[in-house]
Design a protein around this ligand. Structure first.
Ligand SMILES: [Zn+2]
Ligand SMILES: [Zn+2]
Length: 441
């Protein structure tokens, strides 16, 4: 208890010093506090000055969206921009079109990583904006154009401050976050396999995702689970074909399928703790071939999402048990392919706790929100399984401007003011991380 009280009163004393602001003479401030404030101002000024360039970069990416594992132009543009900044190393061709770049600071210190994803989606853009997609049927509908722009902005600002930086920043640009095309490898998993987290190995990794339900100027953070796991299943039900007038002579997989869809929902409602978020969605059903023939095969395809890896493991078995019970009651059979996708995106609680003060200082206490975790998924989770990670949400919504559409919609857009906000926060987060951990060494 005692040390707790001491550190609390120390924190209060620091807070008082901060609140006093201009009235406190610089000599009264602890040296590191004064330095941090100076960095904040330098970063804020640099980010403001970058505004037109950030907007132009984002619009260029937005006009030229490319699908997962096809990010050729995107990769070329990112690499050119990184090289122009004079980074120490710009490695291309990692996990196909991915890039890993290093900025070595002028002072000794640890290694920290930041990751942005690069791919767009097969969605036709319907909004009429000057930066409308020029690639028919493809759109940056998940905001990865913003993620890349923020990371490039951070690289630009920090490269100018290089001499003052204690340690190394690893910039990771990752393709195929939305999932590689069938039969191809890709995304975070492949980047890790190809060594993105080695030579040098970062101590921690940060990333962000745009979120339209948060107003621009604000961010959202979660400690622990931030985004769900995302698995895919395909269930094939097998019965016996017969004339539609004589169902008792066959095994009707359409009726079995109907029962299976309902029974699977009871896993959510009756088998798993109601306080553990879980989604089991059947997204497609295909079966049968004529109105008067009993279908002997139906395929159900769907997704399972949870915020808890234990639940995730249990659900698979519960699904098999449920399907076995229902199908046997009808004399049908089944098989299930269960494909594990992204894991739960888990924010390291210690990393979150030590980073939040930076975010609050840069944006103001009231602009750092704690939204509920998302049932959407993120393959950033693969990085965060190897090293401690912190993935937060960047507000891009603006109701007054009508910018409210959610991810993966043809109307999706962002308030571009979020670019400056994103750069300020991420640059400060990385710099503070290095400073805190350089002092520990
Ligand atoms: Zn997406
Ligand atoms: Zn995304």
């Amino acid at each position: 208890m005692k040390p707790m009280i001491v550190s609390l009163s120390l924190a209060l004393a620091l807070a008082t010093t901060l609140t006093l602001g201009a009235s406190a003479s610089p000599a009264e401030k602890p040296a590191d506090q004064a330095a941090t404030t100076a960095y904040d101002q330098e970063i804020a000024r640099a980010a403001e000055a970058l505004r037109p360039k950030l907007i132009e970069m984002r619009r260029d990416f937005h006009r030229h969206p490319e699908l997962s594992n096809r990010e050729e132009r995107t990769s070329r543009v990112v690499a050119e921009r990184l090289r122009a900044l004079g980074l120490d190393e710009v490695k291309t061709g990692v996990a196909k079109h991915g890039i890993v770049a290093l900025l070595k600071g002028g002072k000794p210190g640890p290694v920290v990583a930041v990751r942005a994803d690069m791919d767009a989606l097969p969605i036709q853009e319907t909004i009429d904006v000057p930066y409308k997609s020029q690639n028919p049927g493809v759109k940056h509908a998940c905001g990865h154009d913003v993620h890349m722009t923020v990371e490039l902005g951070v690289a630009e600002i920090l490269s100018r401050m290089r001499e003052q930086i204690p340690g190394t920043i690893k910039f990771i640009f990752q393709p195929a976050e939305e999932g590689p095309p069938a039969g191809e490898e890709g995304g975070a998993e492949l980047m890790i396999k190809e060594g993105a987290l080695e030579n040098p190995r970062p101590q921690a990794i940060f990333g962000l995702h745009v979120l339209p339900t948060i107003e621009v100027g604000k961010i959202g953070t979660n400690s622990g689970p931030a985004m769900a796991s995302a698995d895919r299943f395909v269930v094939t039900l097998r019965g016996k074909k017969v004339h539609g007038a004589y169902p008792h002579r066959g095994v009707d997989t359409v009726v079995v399928a109907a029962e299976c869809v309902t029974a699977l929902q009871t896993i959510r409602s009756r088998r798993i703790d109601t306080l553990d978020p879980l989604v089991i969605s059947v997204g497609s059903i295909h079966g049968g071939n004529r109105f008067n023939i009993i279908a002997d095969e139906v395929k159900l395809e769907g997704t399972v999402r949870t915020l808890n890896e234990d639940v995730r493991r249990r659900v698979q078995q519960l699904m098999r048990d449920t399907l076995a019970g229902v199908t046997s009651a009808y004399g049908a059979s089944f098989d299930m392919e269960y494909e594990e996708g992204a894991a739960v995106t888990y924010n390291d609680p210690q990393l979150v706790e030590e980073t939040l003060p930076t975010m609050r200082r840069v944006l103001g206490e009231s602009n750092v929100l704690a939204p509920r975790p998302q049932m959407g998924a993120e393959d950033f989770s693969y990085f965060a399984r190897v090293i401690p990670g912190f993935y937060y949400f960047l507000g891009v919504g603006n109701e007054a401007k009508g910018i409210t559409a959610m991810w993966h919609t043809p109307e999706f857009d962002v308030d571009e003011e979020s670019l400056v906000v994103g750069v300020k926060v991420m640059a400060s987060v990385l710099l503070d991380y290095l400073q805190r951990h350089a002092e520990e060494r």
